[in-house]
Design a protein. Sequence first.
Length: 235
Amino acid sequence: MVAQEYEQNMAEQEDLACLKRYPTVDKFLSKCLDLLKYFGAWTGLVSFLWCELGSTAQKELPICLPDGQKKLLDGIGFDQSSLERILIERSGEKDGDHTEEDTLKIMECSHHCLKTEMDHLLYASWDTFTNRRILSIQCVSDKITLLSTRCLKTGKWCLVEVRSAIVPRDWRRRNSWARVMDLLFKLQELLVEQEEITAKLDREHTRRVYVDPNNTIQSRLRRLHNSPADEHLTD
């Protein structure tokens, strides 16, 4: 079971804070892990790693952070190209300060993922890259929320809620499964879309498709850095 895998990974962690935070895998978390595990197996679009993981994007950042400042996630979903596509965070049973901290963590980590990928695709089209999304799933009590982060054409970053659903814990609330299924189907739709965006960005970056030199990621980033803070990257 994926929950057993999660606990085993936790047991191997040297960070005692991780062990204190999740001494056991609660039933709701186990249910969410199972949902995502079988979603990945059924669609073949994503595979997951669990338990206090640092994103690849953070490792590539040209900065060195103390251990206390490193952002660790409860799970990461990778697409068929081994790119980070879904960030997962469990925020406990109460919606409060810890939830807000985790939301900020998701914002920061998803931004890092997009920025790192952007740096590897400098000759691709800026317009195409603005369709690139990093998806996130945040669990608070019995509610799961699907979030999406992307870069706007103005150069600003945007985090929006795509779907949310209550995962039933008993038979009485079984009708809530309809919303859960809707969230998973939307997640599948977005992942398929992102697979197409990945292929298009690769064709553009490797010059197999013509891209206007004034509309490459590299060109737009230069304009962004050279422009006053209140200017937008619009033509």
